[in-house]
Design a protein around this ligand. Structure first.
Ligand code: ADP
Ligand code: MG
Length: 341
């Protein structure tokens, strides 16, 4: 007898009831949550922003090293990050699952524990979803809904020449965390007796497994009286996101290599893997930091900020999107992004 419960023992409605049990609603705009044919929201005069992201087992996550609880957390965090990137406040999410036959009730409860903790941290209400079986692995699709005062949403397409280019936190960590986890997985597969060696890699592994949406920065910019002129979250890498802002805003940019923020673990580990650290910082994905532009006049408010780096400036489109090295050489930045295809 397994100590785990087969999903078929509980059934779809039993599972939904279990999910519903642990939900408490926080936001005034949530009128009806889980349990009816649709949720009912009452946003008042605000603008509503909506974003969806899907995570597919074997494509976006590997359960060998990603605990389900972390996966649940990450599925919510990456969606909240998209709402943050609009300068909006997340208020509700829906979660849709396609579940493979080998998943137990306990496994799905772990996943929802992560979802619940993320909902609590980001103050969002889980108001619905859908549950179905899958012939293959696990698929999680989260839709996030957020609110922003009319006219306050920040787009990718509104950066202007002479704006400052800013980035939150540090970059390259999540990508190198994945390299570390993949290496340890291989070591384990070759010799299951071996314990994973993650010493001095905690930061990187945490960046990969438990990314945070930068809602703190959204609130702080509001308090500082700064409205970014454009913004995007960094899911595919700085280079790729910068290209999105520049092409959609019809501008160019100059980014200074020595201003790029990186944790010491990123620099050491890149070295260890014989990777170019600048490449990791520019093209490593999944850091979920914010890339945004501000007016030059906001420089003084941001110049000493411990968690925001001013990495460059917006230029005319004709100057292209360039990286300026410490010696003053310039290179065109290309978006490598990561493609899952
Ligand atoms: P319907 O057949 O009308 O689609 P469901 O039985 O799928 O209804 O869903 C019943 C209620 O449970 C709805 O409010 C739905 O949003 C919610 N729900 C279903 N699956 C999930 C899930 N995985 N997570 C959260 N809520 C869910
Ligand atoms: Mg349904």
């Amino acid at each position: 007898m397994s100590e785990y419960t087969a999903l078929s023992d509980l059934g779809e409605f039993g599972l939904i009831r279990k999910i519903q049990e642990n939900i408490k609603l926080e936001n005034a705009s949530t009128k009806i949550g889980i349990g009816d044919d649709a949720a009912v929201l009452e946003p008042g005069q605000k603008n509503i922003v909506v974003s969806t992201d899907m995570l597919v087992e074997g494509v976006h996550f590997d359960l060998t090293f990603c605990p389900l609880r972390h996966l649940g957390y990450k599925a919510v965090a990456v969606n909240v990050s998209d709402i943050a990137a609009m300068n909006a406040i997340p208020t509700q999410i829906t979660v849709s699952l396609a579940i493979g036959a080998r998943y137990t009730v306990e496994a799905i409860e772990d996943l929802y524990e992560g979802i619940r903790i993320a909902c609590e941290n980001y103050k969002v209400d889980l108001v619905g979803g859908d549950t179905t079986s899958s012939k293959g692995g696990l698929v999680i699709s989260v839709t996030a809904i957020g609110e922003v005062a009319a006219g306050e949403a920040v787009l990718r397409s509104t950066a202007e020449v002479n704006d400052l280019v800013c980035v939150t936190g540090d970059l390259g960590g999540a990508y190198l965390g994945l390299q570390v986890l993949e290496r340890e997985k291989q070591v384990f597969l070759d010799n299951p007796e071996m314990q994973p060696d993650l010493q001095e890699k905690e930061y990187l592994v945490q960046r990969q497994l438990k990314p945070e949406a930068r809602m703190d920065v959204i609130h702080e910019l509001k308090e500082l009286g700064i409205k970014p002129t454009s913004m995007i979250d960094i899911s595919d890498g700085l280079a790729s996101e910068l290209m999105h802002i520049c092409s959609q805003s019809k501008v160019g940019a100059a980014i200074y290599q020595d201003k790029l923020p990186a944790d010491p673990q990123v620099l050491n580990t890149a070295d260890e893997f014989r990777l170019d650290p600048v490449m990791c910082i520019l093209n490593g994905g999944e850091d979920y930091e914010l890339l945004f532009t501000v007016k030059l006049a906001d420089f003084d408010k941001l110049k000493n900020h411990p968690d925001i780096s001013i990495i460059g400036k917006i230029t005319e489109a004709s100057e292209g999107v360039r990286l300026v090295t410490p010696s003053g050489n310039t290179f065109p930045i290309k978006a490598q992004g990561w493609t899952h295809f």
